[in-house]
Design a protein around this ligand. Structure first.
Ligand code: FES
Length: 112
């Protein structure tokens, strides 16, 4: 594997009046914050952060996903970036408070 961790940050931007999108929130600010922090910490050779299109987690945005674990984070703010890097990307301790629980979504869909 080329990178130890790979983080994709949704920057999808919808038109005004359409459904909410991460790009409208702070998607690009998150990309910049992740890239800058990884570079400042000399981690950018082993951990890659890059922008992505819609991650299909729009209702939870701003959304990011970390591979290889495939863990989705929602409601991510630039103030969360260093915690995600320190806890998850470096120490393999996913940030529980930001993890999107898709199982709740499936339950409520099947209940309706
Ligand atoms: S717009 Fe960001 S996950 Fe869909």
């Amino acid at each position: 594997m080329k990178f130890k961790k790979h983080i994709f940050i949704c920057t999808n931007q919808r038109k005004e009046g359409e459904r909410n999108s991460c790009g409208e929130a702070c998607g690009m600010e998150l990309v910049k914050a992740f890239k800058k922090s990884l570079k400042d910490k000399n981690l950018n050779e082993e951990i890659r952060a890059q922008r992505a299109g819609c991650l299909d987690a729009c209702d939870y945005g701003p959304s990011v996903v970390v591979y290889p674990e495939g863990i989705y984070y929602g409601g991510v703010q630039t103030t969360d970036v260093d915690e995600i890097i320190r806890e998850h990307l470096l120490n393999n301790r996913p940030v529980q408070r930001l993890i999107i629980d898709f199982s709740k979504e499936k339950k409520s869909e099947s209940e309706s």
